[in-house]
Design a protein around this ligand. Structure first.
Ligand code: UDX
Length: 441
């Protein structure tokens, strides 16, 4: 199959590289000429384990190319994927679809022969119909179908998620389009991935429903963690105890500082707006958005409490800045709420992140960025772990005690056992574990 992928952001680049690896002929298109030049030189603009090798192999094999020229790629393609950004619109929280619609206009102008146009970006219910109308207006003669095919990959595990998904969702009622989509995903049949064929509206809603459900799961366990702290229970055991019920499932039940990232915050908000507009407001998702926002804002107070209620003039070491490990993505990261709040309370902040510091430096003022864990700990009155990078999991505690002014750790990801920390003389605070709780202070 010949595939044109419009947009070389996270989803576009990973999907393009993986489709090429399936054996398809893929042209990745982006308006940003600088980005395309860098990609042509083999420079990958995002941090994603394994992606540089996958791109290099497929470019080498002649199956993957990068260009700014949409008008030559589209006429050749069996399927054109729209994978451009859909940020939250400032002011009202609706998804901003201007990039999607602009892509639709350009694709329309270049169509030649039957083509499947696929929305892979996360787009609100009804966008497929609008894309179809735009193309139809521009090219009443064109032979095409508009299909919804949402992407569920996670940053940091994107290639694995793309190649071994739990399911693929395809929204179309057109038989020709269904056959082309079946052909594109044929390599997944080998590992028996279920392909859910449904109508376009349903497919669009599935993506939002999935993200909102996962965000709800996280928010639910975070609230359970708060209860655990008050009553003397352990949230990890609650998560395990409920997660073993297969109707609930154990995943996405890690309590923490609140979810961030490029998808959950944006998509939950967009779903709330869509639901309102449809006259079917979703009170659950509204609450999730609100509880998660408050949670991220309240995390700094835990650090302050662990420092005896005052951080004025103190130095706080921060380990982990990105919204989760194995990415350099800082979008909606809890650190962006926590660090300014600590600074406002008078703390000096030193920080280290294995991949996110370059991006973080653009977003945070007055932070002293350090070279590694131990440099960050040097002279600190307390250390807080905000992101659970693997390299924070085995800190040499004797060295930590030697470096810090006082060995106080606020672990917002529960990566250590309270008993272990107590045995090593570290004053340890974590999330939803009564034996180290804030409530017990
Ligand atoms: C998410 C969805 O998982 C993916 O299917 C969708 O396509 C895009 O959005 P991503 O944002 O890359 O992927 O990261 P994910 O691993 O889902 O984590 C999102 C946030 O939730 C992170 O801030 C993470 O720390 C937090 N999280 C996740 C928890 O706090 N607890 C958990 O148990 C799981």
């Amino acid at each position: 199959m010949r595939v044109a992928m419009i947009g070389t952001g996270y989803v576009g680049l990973v999907s393009g590289a993986c489709f090429a690896d399936f054996g398809h002929d893929v042209a990745c298109i982006d308006k940003d000429a600088g980005k395309i030049e860098r990609l042509q030189r083999g420079e990958i603009p995002i941090f994603e384990p394994g992606l540089d090798a996958l791109v290099a192999e497929n470019v080498e094999a002649g199956r993957l190319s990068f260009s700014t020229d949409l008008s030559s790629a589209v006429p050749e393609a069996d399927a054109v994927f729209i994978a451009v950004g859909t940020p939250s619109r400032r002011g009202d929280g609706f998804a901003d679809l201007s990039y999607v619609y602009a892509a639709a206009e350009e694709i329309a102008a270049a169509l030649d022969g039957y083509t499947v146009i696929v929305t892979k970006s996360t787009v609100p219910v009804g966008t497929g119909a609008e894309v179809e109308a735009i193309i139809r207006r521009a090219r009443p003669d064109a032979d095409f179908s508009v299909v919804s095919n949402p992407e569920f990959l996670r940053e940091g595990a994107a290639i694995e998620d793309f190649k071994r998904p739990d399911r693929v969702v395809v929204g179309t009622e057109d038989d020709r389009a269904r056959e082309i989509m079946r052909e594109i995903y044929r390599p997944l049949y080998l590992n028996e991935t279920p392909i859910v064929f449904t109508n376009r509206m349903t497919s669009e809603l599935i993506k939002y429903a999935a993200n909102a459900f996962l965000a709800t799961k996280i928010t639910f366990i975070n609230e359970m963690a708060d209860i655990c702290e008050r009553v003397g229970a352990n949230v990890q055991e609650v998560a395990r105890g409920i997660g073993l019920d297969r109707r609930i499932g154990g995943k996405f039940l890690h309590a923490g500082p609140g979810y961030g990232g490029s998808c959950f915050p944006k998509d939950t908000l967009a779903l709330v707006k869509t639901a309102e507009k449809a006259g079917a407001p979703t009170r659950i998702v509204e609450a999730v958005v609100d509880v998660n926002d408050r949670r991220k804002k309240s995390m700094a107070s835990r650090v302050i409490a662990a420092c005896g209620g005052v951080v004025e003039g103190k130095t706080i070491a921060v380990l982990g800045l990105t919204f989760k490990p194995n990415t350099d993505d800082m979008r909606e990261a809890p650190s962006l709420d926590i660090i300014p709040a600590l600074q406002k309370a008078g703390a000096r902040v030193r920080a280290f992140d294995p991949a996110g510091m370059k991006e973080a430096a653009k977003l945070l003022d007055g932070v002293e960025f350090c070279k590694g864990v131990y440099e960050t700990l040097d002279g600190a009155d307390a250390v807080t772990i905000i992101t659970e990078w693997d390299e924070f999991r085995a800190i040499d505690l004797e060295r930590l005690k030697g470096l810090m002014r006082s060995p106080v750790m606020i672990d917002l990801r529960n990566i250590y056992r309270p008993a272990y920390m107590a045995a090593h003389g570290v004053k340890y605070h974590s999330i939803g574990r009564a034996d180290s709780s804030f409530a017990a202070e």
